[in-house]
Structure formats: C-alpha cells, structure tokens
Design a binder for this molecule. Structure first.
Ligand code: PLP
Length: 355
C-alpha cells in the first residue's frame, strides 16, 4: 500500500479516481467518453452546473459572488487578478509570506504600484507576518492562506479596510472560511479539489470593471462570468473529476467533517515531531499548516536513512522542498489518518533504532 504524502498534483480519494476512470470509457449513458462529449452538450452543462452548485453549497458562497472554472493555474491568476482589480494608476497591497506570495506580488508590479505590507523572507518564511497595516488607499490586499512550500498557514483572515484577495490553492475546501470576508478567492484545483488544469475563482461581482484597462477577453473575469465558464473550451475532465471529488466531500459530511479530520491528522503528526528527539518542525508553532507539515532532523546525516525507511514503507513524496530541506508531509483532505499513523509508527521505530 502506498501512502501519498506528495504536495500534488491531485491527491484524491481512490474511489474518486476509480469513478473518474470509468467516465473515460463511457460517461453516464451517453455512449461516449467524457473526453469526447461536446462541452456545450446538455450532459456537460449539467456537470459544470452541479460543480458550481457544490462549490457554492460547501463553501456557503453568498449571492453577489460568481464562481468560475478557468485554465492557467494559480500562477495565471497572479497576473489576472491585478489586470482585473488594479486600476491603471492605482496601488495594491501584498503580504509576502512565501515563494508563491512573492511570485504573486512580482506579477502585480507589472500592472501598477505594489506595496508589500510585511515579509518573513528574512526568516526563510518560517512564520506568517501579522503586524502590518493595510493601506486604505489601495485597491485590494492580497495574501496566501497556506504557504505550501514552508508549511505555514494563516487561519485568521486579516482585518482589512479594502477588499481581500486570497490565494487558497493549497488549503481551499480543507476548513471553513467566510467567503464574504473576501473580494476574490482563487485556487489551482490540484490539492483538495481536483486534477491540475482547472483553477477555481470566486469573485465578488461588484469589484469588476473598474480598472480603466482594456483587458484581453480571455483574462477578463466578466467575459467568463457572462459565458458561465464556457467562454472557450473548458478543461472538461478536470472539472468532471472535481465534481466527483466534491460529491465525495459532501457525502462524508462537508467542510465541517473534513476540517475535524484535518485537525486530528495534523495534531497527531505535530505531536510526534515534538515528542520524537530525532525530529524538529521548521514552522513557527502558531502558524503550523494543517496541509503541509515541514520538519527536519536534529542530525541531518540521518535524513537519508529515514527516507530509505520511508520508501520501504510505501511513503511517497516525503522529501522536503529544496527551499526548506528535510521532509514535507503533505496531508491533504484525501490522505487518511491511517497514513498519518503509519508515518508516526515509522518515526518512532526509527528513533528507537537510532537514539
Ligand atoms: N499558490 C500556491 C499556494 C501553491 O501551492 C501553488 C502550487 O503549488 C501555486 C500558487 C501555483 O499554482 P499553479 O501551479 O496552479 O500555477
């Protein structure tokens, strides 16, 4: 049995993959593959409508917000957000809490003035800055809720005098959020929602159309809203697999239940990291992510041996990102407590042998 602690792309439950594979052969009773039915057919319209309805229901998205399924990944949103929200002579505020956050503000600099309100770069992003002021004269404030590489997460939405834009690529659908606290939320789907190739955008309609910029149609949220995410050929399979995964999430009790499980999973692993004399966490305790657990060894010479044991036990993707080193256990929605317990057992056994 494999335990997939990889950071992505696309860690979904086995039953979702199974059902998804069937649809490649034949989708419902169409006699055709999901890959070949027209994206303008009734059958696919029903897929996109149910996917949108489930996102709306699971995240309690209020009226006045549109839900879009786009292409280009979260990285494309780094540019599309300022194109749509940053007036040509305006300013945007950004929090720099990691690699993705810094990529986001660097893209925004191409469209206007960017004020970085705080950064934890000097500490290799081991914490999320909290003491900063958001300028009231900026068009929006952007932050990243979960810093996938560094294993930090901001659970409390900052108080802001201006609309908040949030990159939730790696923690969307893992915990409850209040969508009305945000002007715009975006997420590459490929952690907790579905396969790579579709990007979720939730945007408050009345923020749009105020930049004075002639936005290329393909990057203009209003065009995608008008066309109900069918402005051009959508990533049909990625949307369909997302739908199956959202159904799975709803059936197991929705966000309340998955958050409860995610808290237990994260706590079990962090407790072992704290207890075990061979390992130590890299993120500030109060900012520790529930999605990506980063840790190193007190004695780095032992890291290779632990990775060998990890491989023997069927653990996949545990090697840390090069910016942090050590290990990163990504414990997204689909990863079970059984996998966490298997990892904890291996850490304990390793400590007994190497103490
Ligand atoms: N933002 C965050 C928080 C991420 O974790 C990632 C990728 O892992 C990205 C942005 C980039 O996403 P994409 O590869 O979809 O462009």
């Amino acid at each position: 049995m494999k335990h997939n602690f990889g950071a992505g792309p696309c860690i979904l439950p086995q039953e979702v993959f199974k059902e998804a594979s069937q649809a490649i052969i034949e989708f419902n009773d169409t006699g055709l593959s999901i890959l070949e039915i027209s994206h303008r057919s009734k059958a696919f319209e029903a897929v996109i409508e149910e996917t949108e309805a489930l996102v709306r229901e699971l995240l309690s998205v209020p009226a006045g917000y549109s839900i879009l399924f786009l292409q280009g990944g979260a990285s494309q949103q780094f540019a599309v957000v300022p194109m749509n929200l940053l007036p040509q002579t305006g300013k945007a505020a950004y929090l720099d809490s990691g690699t993705w956050a810094s990529k986001a503000y660097k893209e925004a600099q191409k469209f206007g003035i960017v004020q970085v309100v705080a950064s934890s770069k000097e500490a290799n992003y081991t914490y999320v800055p909290k003491n900063f002021e958001i300028p009231a004269d900026a068009a929006y404030f952007h932050y990243t809720s979960n810093n996938t590489i560094y294993g930090t997460e901001l659970f409390e939405t900052p108080k802001s005098p201006i609309p908040i834009v949030c990159d939730m690529s790696s923690d969307i659908l893992s915990r409850e959020i209040t969508v009305s606290d945000y002007g715009l939320i975006y997420a590459g789907a490929q952690k907790n929602m579905g396969p790579a190739g579709v990007t979720l955008v939730i945007v408050k309609d009345d923020l749009l159309g105020k930049t004075g910029r002639d936005i290329p149609a393909i990057f203009d949220y209003r065009k995608h809203i008008e066309a109900k995410s069918l402005y051009n050929t959508p990533p049909v399979y990625a949307i369909y697999v997302s739908l199956l995964n959202l159904r799975w999430l709803k059936a197991k009790g929705g966000i309340v239940e998955i958050e409860r499980e995610n808290i237990i999973k994260a706590r079990t692993l962090y407790d072992e990291i704290e207890r075990n004399p061979l390992f130590k966490g890299t993120a500030a305790v109060e900012d520790r992510s529930r999605m990506n657990v980063t840790f190193v060894m007190e004695n780095p010479e032992l890291e290779k041996a632990f990775l060998t044991l990890a491989e023997e036990r069927g653990f996949v993707g545990l090697k840390g990102h090069r910016s942090v080193g050590g290990f990163r256990a990504s414990i997204y929605n689909a990863l079970t407590i059984t996998s966490i317990n298997a990892l904890v057992d291996a850490m304990q056994e390793f400590a007994e042998k190497n103490a």
